[in-house]
Design a protein. Structure first.
Length: 185
């Protein structure tokens, strides 16, 4: 994989008077992404007057299950308040692949060809929807429909990023329509 940029968090409200901020964490690896010295691209929210385009983590700590960060570029509560809403991006390189072989980044999954267990081509994976209970894979079928498949081992027994394919334990009504359903042409 070449390097790719991913969203890892969003700056929340200030904490204290010295520029520390809360972080809405959007990564499974906060210890890696928010380690001291880590440089992050900063994307201010729409309509913001903030000129901040990059931030460097000076310190990170957890407080009552909330990640608190101090950035080298943000000093004091006023600056922390002005940074509220900034989306933080990290650049991932080939060395940043997930450690667990059962974990995948969205960009690794999007574009994979979807097949059923018999090897029949079902379509292409076009998105990953992150839900509170589980993630869902959006599969664009060969006839142009978008279907959602729960990303659980029972329904997605195989993901082969290197081969560019995902296997789905298809059932009528999951990806393939029920036999009685007519698909609009």
């Amino acid at each position: 994989m070449d390097s790719i940029e991913v969203v890892v968090g969003r700056i929340g409200k200030p904490h204290g008077l010295r520029g520390e901020v809360t972080i809405d964490v959007r990564t499974d690896e906060p210890e890696r992404r928010f380690a001291p010295g880590q440089a992050l691209r900063a994307q201010p929210p729409q309509g913001s007057a903030s000129a901040i385009r990059s931030l460097t983590v000076a310190r990170s700590r957890w407080h009552q299950q909330v990640l608190l960060l101090t950035f080298e570029e943000i000093e004091g509560r006023d600056a922390a308040e002005a940074a509220r809403g900034i989306v933080l991006h990290a650049t991932l390189g080939p060395e940043d692949a997930p450690v667990d072989p059962e974990e995948f980044y969205d960009h690794q999954l999007i574009g994979l060809a979807a097949y059923d267990e018999a090897g029949t081509h079902l379509g292409q994976l076009t998105a990953v929807v992150h839900g509170s209970a589980q993630d869902l894979l959006t599969v664009r079928t060969l006839d142009g429909r978008d279907t959602l498949v729960p990303f659980v081992a029972a329904l997605v027994p195989e993901v082969d990023v290197a081969a560019g394919r995902v296997v789905i334990a298809d059932r009528p009504g999951l990806v393939t329509p029920f036999p009685d359903d007519k698909v609009d042409e």
